[in-house]
Ligand binder design. Structure first.
Ligand SMILES: [Zn+2]
Length: 131
């Protein structure tokens, strides 16, 4: 029996809160690519700092990623966030992780994403539900 055959399981899913983040998915390569393509600034970063920013092909999409120069770019890379991606990414993870505290948010985002001012944005991040 598939778990979706159980009406109680379906009932649980029906009562999940609706998300105001439906157009955003920072784990979706196409969303990341579309957002990165909205600005030339990240291409500029890749050209100016080729030891830090590089293209990585993920599901046939060339995504700009970041690595600390002394780290292994095959295993220690992160998605490079543009300015317009920071808030939606913070908000999406905050909701999806069930409104965690700032330490959990910071650890999760820093493990997978890079922006020079990510920490500053996280310190200023405020959630209407958690207030
Ligand atoms: Zn919250």
């Amino acid at each position: 029996m598939d778990f979706t055959d159980d009406p109680l399981v379906i009932e649980c899913f029906l009562h999940l809160p609706s998300l105001a983040v439906q157009d955003t998915n920072p784990t979706d390569y196409q969303w990341i690519l579309d957002k990165q393509n909205e600005t030339d600034k990240i291409v500029f970063c890749r050209q100016k700092f080729p030891d830090r920013y590089f293209n990585k092909v993920l599901d046939d999409k060339e995504i700009i990623c970041y690595v600390v120069p002394s780290d292994n770019r095959n295993t220690q890379w992160k998605f490079a966030l543009t300015n317009s991606m920071i808030w939606p990414t913070c908000h999406w993870f905050h909701v999806m992780l069930g409104h965690p505290g700032s330490c959990h948010m910071r650890a999760t985002l820093q493990a997978q994403y890079h922006h020079p001012h990510l920490l500053t944005h996280l310190e200023c991040f405020a959630c209407d539900v958690c207030q």
